[in-house]
Design a protein. Sequence first.
Length: 245
Amino acid sequence: MTKAINSEPCKTCGTEIEYQFCSSCGCPKTLKRINGSYILTEIVSILNFDKGIFFTIKELVIRPGDNVHKFIHEDRNRLVKPLLFVIVCSLVYTIAQQLLKFEDGYVTANGFGDSAITTIYKWIALHYGYANILMSIFIAFWIKLFFKTYDYNFFEIIILLCFIMGIGMLIYTAFGVFESLFNVSILQFGGILGFIYTAWAIGQFFDKTKKQNYLKGLVAYILGMISFYGLAVVLGLVIDTVAKK
């Protein structure tokens, strides 16, 4: 076969590119130079209400279960990737909490003194993104147990939880910011709303027509949190015991 005059191998997969994009992997023949226009385009794409972080937030607030279901089974390009989403949302919460100094309603180490438990809890408070991913493993176990009749594997449930926990962090952030700016004690209502949202999202994801799914989702979420923080306490006690020997 005669090689096209203007063709060149794709830098990603090696397929010969005859036009502007690779027919195999879709990569462009020539990458755009990184300049002001490129940066502006990237910012717009991130903030895009049709595809981006704000679009993801909007869709997860309005139809969480339906959109996560669609992400798993149909289209994985419209929403921000779940792991990135929960890390970004957790980072937003951490920055807002550190700047405005509102009460950290997710985890406190009060009562444990100078112990390994306090150190572990402080790490969690400073790394909510990673901590939420770890916590999702425990919550996913309980959800899998409570919803074992549904054909979703462990990792698909973790994807669901990454989206849900990300929105939960944003809810708490919004209430914390409002409390700090207007000196109104409403942070506890943010926590309540977060649990309500979680129950609604999980129930909608599995089967929104069954009312018991919402209660099962809430109980599974709470048990997962208790398991996670309980293990943190046990781990801290073990470390302290070993250190004293």
